[in-house]
Design a protein around this ligand. Structure first.
Ligand code: PSU
Ligand code: MN
Length: 310
């Protein structure tokens, strides 16, 4: 089951996997790059608690001293949260470099999926996935999260993707790559801070059990690769579309003026949007991650039940 020779799994995660009990993988770029200190640490710990409250085991993933860790301790989460952007952001490309350098790394959705798959964890919760950036048809700025979803068999629960990205192009790319995007109790792709994007998914599930059935069928068919479970931000925390779209447009204009590009772009935009919305975006961000963690725990439990019955 656990083929992750290079990794360090926490005892709690190892035992849960050995007993076929539900585990939820969690990423660490959101801690080091996606949220400011100290809310980043508070949120990471709350997210773990939300997973536990649903009866699953949290496995927050990062690289520390060159070792992929599956199930960070509270002290390690604190360390990453305090170091923030001094810690490298680690996607597929970066992983071998960080391991070889015995360095620390905060894993993106792609980086976390790779390590979760090595450890045998099929369900992962995050805030938003990366996607095709606006202008991506010219800049080729397409997140490696999308190619990872195409190849690595982990189901990712998210609140859609932010409209800092080109959402129609992101959906086209995922379709080309054969990645199902399933709306949880919605017909539309959620746009992270808001529940709707106007983009129809044509694929919807009402329960964690239905989601688990789709995931299991995909893999039983021999179709390796991920699945996106798109879970809208809870109504009471969703932001006014005009407010958030104005903030996104200003942040994008500032990034263009300052020449911010590459892996720095997403963290730059997140920090600017938070300031422009006077923190409202951060509150929504925290609540949607908690909501995703709860759903991921239930999907993981439903999947463990299916596996147990095989
Ligand atoms: N979107 C968010 N918050 C985040 C990220 C994306 O709303 O913290 C992070 C995730 O870790 C995601 C990464 O995998 O940014 C994507 O970065 P890039 O576009 O450079 O691949
Ligand atoms: Mn990029």
């Amino acid at each position: 089951m656990n083929t992750c020779e290079f990794c360090r799994l926490s005892d709690e995660v190892s035992r849960a996997l050995a007993d076929n009990r539900p585990v939820v993988a969690l990423e660490s770029t959101i801690i080091a790059h996606g949220m400011p200190y100290p809310q980043n640490i508070e949120t990471a710990l709350q997210v773990e608690q939300a997973v536990r409250d649903q009866g699953a085991v949290p496995a927050t993933i990062a690289v520390l001293g060159g070792k992929p860790i599956v199930g960070l301790t509270a002290e390690e989460i604190d360390y990453l949260g305090r170091r923030g952007r001094q810690v490298s952001k680690v996607s597929r490309r970066d992983l071998p470099l960080i391991v070889a350098a015995r360095a620390d790394g905060a894993t993106t959705v792609a980086g976390t999926m790779i390590i979760a798959a090595l450890a045998g964890i099929p369900v992962f919760a995050t805030g938003g996935i990366g996607g095709v950036h606006r202008g991506g048809e010219k800049t080729f700025d397409i997140s490696a999260d999308l190619t990872e979803l195409a190849r690595t068999s982990v189901a990712v629960v998210c609140a859609g993707a932010k409209s800092v990205l080109d959402l129609p192009l992101t959906l086209e790319y995922l379709e080309t790559q054969g990645v199902p995007v399933i709306g949880y109790q919605t017909d539309e792709l959620p746009a992270f801070y808001t529940r709707s994007s106007g983009l129809n998914l044509g694929c919807r599930a009402e329960t964690p059990e239905q989601l688990a059935e789709i995931i299991a069928c995909k893999w039983r068919l021999g179709l390796s690769g991920g699945i996106v479970i798109a879970n809208p931000v809870p109504e009471q925390y969703s932001l006014d579309p005009d407010l958030i779209n104005r903030a996104i447009d200003s942040a994008l204009a500032e990034a263009a003026a300052a020449g911010v590009a590459g892996k720095e772009l997403t963290p730059f935009l997140l920090a600017r949007i938070k300031d422009i919305t006077a923190g409202q975006s951060l509150t929504a961000n925290i609540q949607l991650v908690l909501n995703n963690a709860r759903l991921a725990a239930r999907v993981s439990a439903a999947l463990a039940d299916l596996d147990g019955r095989k």
